[in-house]
Design a protein around this ligand. Sequence first.
Ligand code: ASP
Length: 324
Amino acid sequence: MVLRVLGFFAGFLMLAVLPVSAQKYPDKVITIVVPFTAGGPTDTVGRLIAHPMTTALKQQVIIENIGGAGGTIAASRVARSAPDGYTLLLHHIGMSTAPTLYRKLPYNPLTDFEPIGLINEVPMTLIARRDFPPKDLKELISYVKANKDKVTYANAGIGAASHLCGMLFMTSIQTDLTTVPYKGTADVIKDLLGGQVDFTCDQTTNTTSQIKADKVKVYGVTTKKRLASLPKIPTVDEAGLKGFEVSVWHALYAPKATPKPVIDTLTKALQVALKDKVVKERFADLGTEPIEEKRATPEVLRAHLKAEIDKWAPIIKKAGTYAD
Ligand code: ASP
């Protein structure tokens, strides 16, 4: 009896030390900030998981798109937001490349955020406007080398996955091209379809339907293995650029100092969303799959982010690309 009473008071005390917001969390709309424009691949991932997270949290989860500067504007904004669990950041591999790419990054991905969990890993595809002359990767390489002053490569700014993939491509073929930055690759695809830019590299979550409808030319997938969703497309590695590999991972973060019970609630909701039937089906159609539950945790994300920062730093330094 005494123990039960003590237990009751211990529980009461624990509640009393939690901020009020954490006790009844969530009691208002939660905003997931996506650092690129609506309709693009990061946005697609965000909107797909927002729906089952809304059901799991019994509170509306909405998406806000804040594009610009390769995703760093949105990440700075979330880093400075109130740590109350109502403003979150869904970002991709750019969270790990920006610290090396930017000389003056206004946030530290490792210390200014609380990781919530990994979401998925997405292959990329090297694609061009439909009437771009090169027919395959080998032709693409010789064509861009011969026409380097007029070929345009579109990306979503320094820090975007499309920037990273383009940077790897240019360093592999030792040719610098004119890059055209956008606030997200939804806009890149629009201009690629309109013929305003020549080529890009983007996540399958944005390119699969265009490739299947034969609206763009595709030169390869950026993973080591071919994809079940696009079995006829060779890998960039097998098509001629040995060792070329890049895969985009997405994850969810909260601002630093968000209370642990809030993070736990969000991690659980994310894990529920990743098991959702519609999420799984749509991800599969788009060439990706949800991270398994035991890897959708703050601990795994923290370690992954650190490993990815360490992995990309020497590659970026070697390429010599920097932004201020
Ligand atoms: N795919 C874009 C990138 O290059 C981002 C986006 O528009 O979602 O990072």
